[in-house]
Design a protein around this ligand. Structure first.
Ligand SMILES: [Zn+2]
Length: 245
């Protein structure tokens, strides 16, 4: 082979080898970048934060707690509350006022469809112990009728407005009264921080938290309460699970 042909042949071989090395290097670099990509590692860290080792899970007992919302359905904030609960995959209990149901039928159906528990809060938000037996029955039954029409089932649970109840009512109305153990006073403060702090400071196993799905501040507070209490080992349940399990 003449000298010039030999040289061309050698250059050709060197070029092919060189390209091979460059390609291999680029592929490796891409792989390393993928591993150290800041976005991916951030996502990974977040995932790891929420994961617990089996031992940690055993150590951390699950404490049940129930969120309850009175005075709805509200034309604006009940829907927002449902969105917060759905996002967090948390069930709650809504004690409805008969007088607020008209015009909000869709929301009442939605509460039931999304797996929340519905309770009765009378028709006109009345102090039920101050009524005659007939009037008391009417307040409860009218509301139950509406709930049953919309959701297919009535409710066994009543939250008496102002927390007044007596055993005579219990036997004649055949309903289970549901009081509360933590009163957020959300309707007076309307202050997100103070609602959140009050609940987080006082929360214990089987507590029933009283709130109202009638304010933007309560919607925001609920979002934070769920996040903080979940991190502290609480599991949110409907009120029947706290009362009977
Ligand atoms: Zn109320």
């Amino acid at each position: 082979m003449p000298e010039w042909k030999k040289r061309w042949w050698m250059w050709g071989v060197l070029c092919i080898l060189g390209c091979g090395v460059i390609l291999h290097h680029t592929a490796q670099k891409a792989e390393t970048e993928e591993q150290t990509n800041p976005v991916s590692s951030l996502e990974l860290n977040e995932e790891m934060d929420t994961m617990e080792s089996p031992e940690e899970k055993e150590d951390q007992e699950i404490k049940k707690i129930a969120l309850t919302f009175d005075d709805g359905p509200h034309p604006v904030y009940t829907e927002r509350m449902l969105e917060v609960l759905e996002e967090a995959e948390v069930p709650a209990t809504f004690f409805l006022l008969g007088q607020n149901i008209e015009g909000q039928e869709k929301i009442v159906r939605e509460i039931a469809e999304k797996g929340h528990l519905i309770g009765n809060h009378t028709f006109h938000h009345v102090q039920i112990t101050g009524l005659s037996k007939e009037q008391a029955c009417e307040e409860i039954e009218e509301t139950n009728k509406l709930i049953e029409e919309l959701t297919g089932t009535g409710t066994e649970y009543v939250r008496p407005p102002f927390g007044t109840w007596n055993e005579g009512l219990e036997s004649s109305l055949d309903l289970i009264p549901v009081m509360w153990t933590i009163d957020t006073k959300d309707w007076t403060t309307k202050n997100v921080d103070s609602i959140v702090n009050h609940v987080v400071k006082n929360a214990g196993e089987n507590d029933i938290i009283l709130m109202h799905d009638s304010y933007q501040s309560t919607v925001q507070a609920t979002e934070r309460i769920i996040r903080l209490l979940k991190a502290d080992g609480f599991e949110f349940v409907t009120v029947d699970e706290v009362l009977f399990d």
